[in-house]
Structures are given as structure tokens and as C-alpha cells.
Design a protein around this ligand. Structure first.
Ligand code: NAP
Length: 322
């Protein structure tokens, strides 16, 4: 395993574990998955993973409980990251919700407490006042944000009066927005970009095609899995496979290596099984050659999925099986 080259109280592994899948019916993994989830966590610990990401929203607290229980006594050794869903993120609410999350996780302190997304009405001034008091009493270690643009991230830092260590955003080969400003800022200021959906929810694994789309409500709502987009993605997957073959690796591992190339980026892929966790952890060791990286960039640029409003009628048709 590799770790972020930053001064943090505990080392942060380049590959973390995302746990939205835990206790969340919408991934469609069924009741058996709960036991597997615990095995995934234990294996991740064995492999040197130190970053575990959850949220109060995932399974309405279930993910936090499953994660906390699976970590057991190892909770104190790793970076436990959770998120407040900012319905009304004023200072007293932030404080009360942190206490509830810590209780579900079974921890004395939340190593990284993140605001799940920017609230359009409540300013970060009051949210960060809550965060600061949580840091002052030791219930929260580092503060993070999620789905923030650069301006608002910096505003949150000014409001906190301390570093907001990380911004967790969608970042993968096919969602490259963070390369424009968030990643350069993280590199210059000693912050971290936490890449969520780094495999584009499994699209980049190459396991799925138009005749074999994934199950579950989450991915039915993701336009990348429209039959048309799966077809359009074939050339990109072929390039991933080509690079993967040269490394005796899989397309998913190469997709992870692509985002991890930036020193201040960590990725938190979810996993449906232990073997995926093992492969994802191993991806932290892959170094892409410049020409391989260039080929991946070119293939990613050439992929033009149908997204946004244009995707809506197609999603409805796919839902109706037409
Ligand atoms: N802050 C936010 O707003 C936000 C939003 C979304 C996610 N997140 C966080 O980010 C984490 C990851 O994002 P995500 O779950 O949306 O997407 P992801 O990590 O890109 O995709 C996860 C899925 O990809 C497949 N997969 C994982 N490893 C694989 C491998 N080695 N080979 C082949 N397939 C593999 C698995 O599905 P199958 O095996 O079923 O194909 C798995 O459930 C979440 O768990 C959550 O913690 C945060």
C-alpha cells in the first residue's frame, strides 16, 4: 500500500474503502452482503488500507454501524471518515449529528468529518463554527467537505480558520472535472482530493455491456449504464484492457491507477466482494508509464456518453424495457 505524502495524525492510504454499499438496499447486493461487508473491511485492514469512508445517509446509519462493528478494536488505528448530510447544518445540529455518528461507529473521535454537500441556503460560517467546536473538544480530528467547488472549499477553510483537509468529489477517467482546479489546489496547498466513484460505479471494470447491465437502483439511475453508453464505451474499455494486460492487471486496477497518479488524490472504491477489495488495494502499487497514461487520456477524451437531459428519455425507455 502507498500513503499520501502529507503530515496527518494517521497515515492515509492511497486506496481507501467506500462503504455506501453497506446496508444500502439500492445497490441490490441482498441480505448476504452484510456478512461479506465485514470480511471486506477485515481484508482491507490486512492490506494496509487506513481510510474508511461512510456517511450518516448510507443505509440511514446502517453503513456506519456495520463499518464500526467490523473494524472493532482496530477503529483507533485507522482514519474513520463519515459525513453529515447537511439538511440544516447550523452549529448545534452539526454537533448533535457528530455525536450520533460517533455512537453508531463506536468511536471516541471521528478522524475526518465531512460535509456531504454544500447547502445552498445555510452558509458554511455556521456549519464550520460547529465543526470548530467539535475539533476543540476532540470529537473530530480533521474537517472535510464533499461535492464542493474550489471557491466554496476555500471559503469553508476561511470560516473554519483551519485547514479543511479534503474535498470528496466524483473523479474517474470519465469524470475529470477535478483536474481543472481542485487537484492543482490540493497539490499546492497540501490538501487531499478524495475520489468517489473512481470506477464510475463499475462502468470502467468492463464487466458490463448493453446486453448485460448491472442490477440495482443506483446504477439504473446512472446514465453511463444506458445500453447506448455501454456501447460507446467499448473503445475506452479496450484501451484499459490493453494497458492492463501489460501490467498483468485488470481494467479496474488501471482506472484506479489513473486517478492515483496525482500524489494528493486518494480513491475510495466500493467493493461487492473481498476479491475486488484485494485488487483495488493492489492498484495502489501500479505505476503507469507516460505513454500508457497518454493513451488512457486520449481514450477517455474520445468517449462521448449521452448524459444530462438528453439521457432522460433513454433512461425512461430503458426502465420500461423498450
Ligand atoms: N460524497 C458523495 O457524494 C459520494 C457519492 C458517491 C459515492 N461516494 C463514496 O465513494 C464510494 C465509491 O463510489 P461508488 O461506490 O459510487 O462507485 P465505485 O467505487 O466507482 O464503484 C463501486 C462498484 O464497482 C464494482 N467494483 C469495485 N471494485 C471492482 C473491481 N476490482 N473489479 C470490478 N468491479 C469492481 C463493484 O460493483 P459490482 O461488482 O456490482 O459491479 C462496486 O460496488 C462509495 O462507497 C461512497 O463511500 C460518495
Amino acid at each position: 500500500m502507498r500513503y499520501v505524502p502529507l503530515d496527518t495524525p494517521k497515515p492515509i492510504s492511497k486506496i481507501g474503502l467506500g462503504t455506501w454499499q453497506f446496508g444500502s438496499k439500492e445497490w441490490g447486493y441482498g441480505p448476504e452482503y452484510e456478512r461479506r461487508a465485514a470480511e471486506i473491511v477485515r481484508r482491507a485492514l490486512d492490506l494496509g488500507v487506513t481510510l474508511f469512508d461512510t456517511a450518516e445517509l448510507y443505509g440511514f446509519g446502517r453503513s456506519e454501524r456495520i463499518l464500526g462493528e467490523a473494524l472493532g478494536e482496530d477503529r483507533a488505528k485507522v482514519v474513520v471518515a463519515t459525513k453529515i448530510f447537511p439538511l440544516l447544518p447550523v452549529a448545534p445540529v452539526v454537533q448533535q449529528r457528530a455525536v450520533a455518528s460517533a455512537a453508531r461507529l463506536g468511536v471516541d473521535g471521528i478522524d475526518l468529518y465531512q460535509v456531504h454537500q454544500a447547502n445552498p441556503v445555510v452558509a458554511d460560517t455556521t456549519t464550520m463554527r460547529g465543526m470548530r467546536s467539535l475539533q476543540d473538544v476532540g470529537l473530530v480530528g480533521e474537517v472535510g467537505v464533499s461535492n464542493y467547488g474550489l471557491r466554496r472549499w476555500r471559503f469553508a477553510e476561511a470560516a473554519l480558520g483551519r485547514r479543511v483537509l479534503s474535498n470528496q468529489v466524483r473523479y474517474s477517467m470519465i469524470d475529470r472535472g477535478p483536474e481543472e482546479d481542485l487537484i492543482p489546489y490540493a497539490e499546492q496547498a497540501g490538501r487531499i482530493v478524495i475520489a468517489y466513484s473512481p470506477l464510475a460505479q463499475g462502468f470502467l471494470s468492463g464487466r458490463y455491456d448493453a446486453t448485460n447491465p448491472p442490477a440495482g437502483a443506483v446504477r439504473r439511475a446512472n446514465p453511463y449504464f444506458l445500453p447506448e453508453n455501454l456501447e460507446r464505451g467499448a473503445a475506452l474499455i479496450a484501451t484499459l484492457r490493453e494497458v492492463a494486460d501489460a501490467h498483468d492487471a485488470t481494467p479496474s486496477q488501471i482506472a484506479l491507477a489513473y486517478v492515483l497518479r496525482h500524489p494528493n488524490v486518494v480513491a475510495i472504491p466500493g467493493a461487492s466482494g473481498v476479491e475486488q477489495m484485494e485488487r483495488n488495494a493492489a492498484a495502489a502499487e501500479i505505476d503507469l508509464a507516460d505513454d500508457e497514461y497518454a493513451a488512457l487520456v486520449a481514450a477517455a477524451h474520445a468517449f462521448r456518453p449521452v448524459t444530462g437531459l438528453a439521457a432522460v428519455p433513454r433512461m425512461v425507455r430503458a426502465r420500461l424495457g423498450r
